[in-house]
Design a protein around this ligand. Sequence first.
Ligand SMILES: Cc1ncc(COP(=O)(O)O)c(C=O)c1O
Length: 382
Amino acid sequence: MQGSIQELIVHAYESAIGRRRGDLVTPALILDLDVARRNIEFMAERLRGFRMNLRPHIKAHKCPDLAGLQIQAGAIGICTATVWEAIVMSRAGIEDVYIANEVCGRDKISALATEARRGHISVAVDNPANAADLSDALRAAGSTMDVLIEVDVGMGRGGVRSPEEAVTLAQCVSRLPGLRLRGIQAYEGHCMLEPDRTVRIRKAGQAMEHAAEVMERLSKAGFPCAVVSAGGTGTYDITGADRRVTEIQAGSYVFMDNFHGNLVPGFSRSLTVLATVVIRHERTVVLDAGLKSIGVDEALATLVPYPFYKGEFHEEHAIFGIDDRCELMLGDTVELIPGYAPTTVNLYDVYHVVESGIVTGIWPIAPRGPGHAGLAGKAPKG
Ligand SMILES: Cc1ncc(COP(=O)(O)O)c(C=O)c1O
């Protein structure tokens, strides 16, 4: 997958290999591979226990190497948020890629249809016009694709709003050449961060009841659902235990940022940003890791050794009010746990992969940002 630009970027960071984790040019994104592997294995083991398939969402890490580890641990494939993530993963050799979102726009649909000539790619739909556009592009590209009907089970984002709408869309999809209807997506995103586990269980249960009603109506209309894709890190062991669901889409468990925090036990923090103390006053330390280096969208980033200090984040600076417990001096490096991992990762070219405290690899983050990195309209190799 990684063309020459990717290889050049990785190469530019390779001088860090062999350095200690606290001795990198800052800000630097650090992946503690020992911890990430444990998280990946823990999730795989728990879902095996439920006899549930795992299709990890890779929007958090955007990294073919990490996706490869998830597949090795037993994942049946991956899901992505964007068509560009899907193409990169497919070209990296991930055999089963599902875009857990609707894809709209001529160039994106065309790129997707072209890639589907090579790999097994599927996509969510919630609208007949969008399904027709997909079908047209597939016909032009000479490819076919599986689709899942997205059902809104309470989040109010994508998804058909009623069982009737699901049946109408299923009828439409079944008539469109190139599309194969496989089932539904019932992502219960509105339950994910409910702090009270009892409430989370109740809300996720209600969401799956709604999904089950849609499935029944689809089945009666002649469209049985072989695939029911749902769940995330916050509900993996709730929705994961639901026999009506066939696969879980959890993603953030690999990193466990502050946003996902201690929502579900058994996972640890594997992603940090290394920063340098660039200003130090009696009651203030300032780090060179601001909003352009760390995601704080959903929760604030915290200092690993001093989780109790609250930071203020400017573009290039993080400002922490401190007291006598803080031993950081000018020029010291310190690691931060991101508030939100997906937007943090999106800011970096690569992970500094650390094992036993030493950088052992540089793994690319691709594709970053909203851009397509030249993927639009480019025919796949092979
Ligand atoms: C459709 C869909 N599935 C799964 C996930 C994964 O959630 P998490 O990263 O919380 O595991 C998300 C996250 O936004 C999502 O949008």
